[in-house]
Design a protein around this ligand. Sequence first.
Ligand code: HEC
Ligand code: HEC
Ligand code: HEC
Ligand code: HEC
Length: 198
Amino acid sequence: MTITQHVVSTLGLGLLTALALAATCAAQQGDPSLYVGVKMCGMCHKKEESGNQLAKWEASPHAKAFEKLGSSEAKEVAKKLGIDDPQKSGKCLKCHSTAYHWTEQIATEKIRPEDGVTCESCHGPGKNYMKRAVMEDRKLCIENGMVYPATKSCVLCHNEQSPTWKPDRYTTKDGKKVGFDVEQAFKKIEHPDPLVKK
Ligand code: HEC
Ligand code: HEC
Ligand code: HEC
Ligand code: HEC
């Protein structure tokens, strides 16, 4: 019996479908040609009446994630790991940029490492969902590659593989110390759109 047959017989088709779907999503996110870059998203998402997500992102630590890799603090962290220049190392860009995060390529034209952790790091690559008619329909967005809810993306970077991970950075409501608490963390970077139905 092959492993696949074994999995089918023990787990049933439901899980296998789920696995296949997950693989399709991952393949989509890893395709550099599907990324449009923060400038493109920003073209429609900088109006005050719909929440100006661009400005909120620009003011967030994610927009500075690449810059941060140039700090003396970052260089010290890197040195201990035998890395010369954190701004050039995939070991750091993996979580401090958008391009490398999904594609394992240092640079593509549209998603430059310099832009840091952009919209598409969390919402998924936008080429297929960024048309107005799609954007206004959440179901269509998801069918066209939008990660929803985007809170699913946080732990891809906010995890103990981060060399500056602090296991007690957050304190939960019941007093437990944790390295990341999605609810509290999202409050710090939220950028709601009053035109979007909950
Ligand atoms: C052509 C204009 C346009 C572009 C480009 C665009 N959007 Fe949108 N987006 C919209 C509109 C219109 C809505 C509906 C809400 C509104 O009117 O503000 C929307 C809604 C959204 C939503 C909410 C979806 C939901 O149902 O919860 C997200 C998230 C989003 N956009 C992210 C992005 C990202 C990320 C990019 C870049 C990859 C992007 N958008 C590019 C116009 C655009
Ligand atoms: C697994 C993802 C990941 C990798 C890989 C990673 N980082 Fe980070 N880094 C983060 C996250 C997430 C934060 C925000 C703080 C936190 O919650 O851990 C951060 C924050 C930082 C900070 C700010 C310190 C702080 O406590 O906020 C520095 C400096 C830094 N990283 C340097 C580096 C360097 C240098 C490398 C490569 C050797 C690297 N990082 C690799 C995810 C990562
Ligand atoms: C660090 C991750 C992250 C980044 C970066 C990010 N977003 Fe979001 N965004 C979220 C999460 C999480 C939500 C809440 C809805 C959800 O879970 O999908 C959200 C909500 C939104 C909404 C409103 C949808 C709603 O339900 O109210 C819009 C529009 C949006 N983002 C657009 C953008 C744009 C445009 C950018 C870049 C300029 C951007 N986001 C950057 C994670 C992110
Ligand atoms: C592609 C990797 C990546 C993803 C995905 C990501 N982050 Fe981050 N985040 C970072 C990095 C890197 C930093 C540190 C940036 C710096 O210090 O300049 C950071 C910093 C932060 C900070 C400031 C440090 C702190 O804990 O107070 C918050 C808050 C945060 N992220 C929330 C979120 C939330 C919420 C999500 C999911 C909706 C998310 N992030 C998704 C990489 C990521």
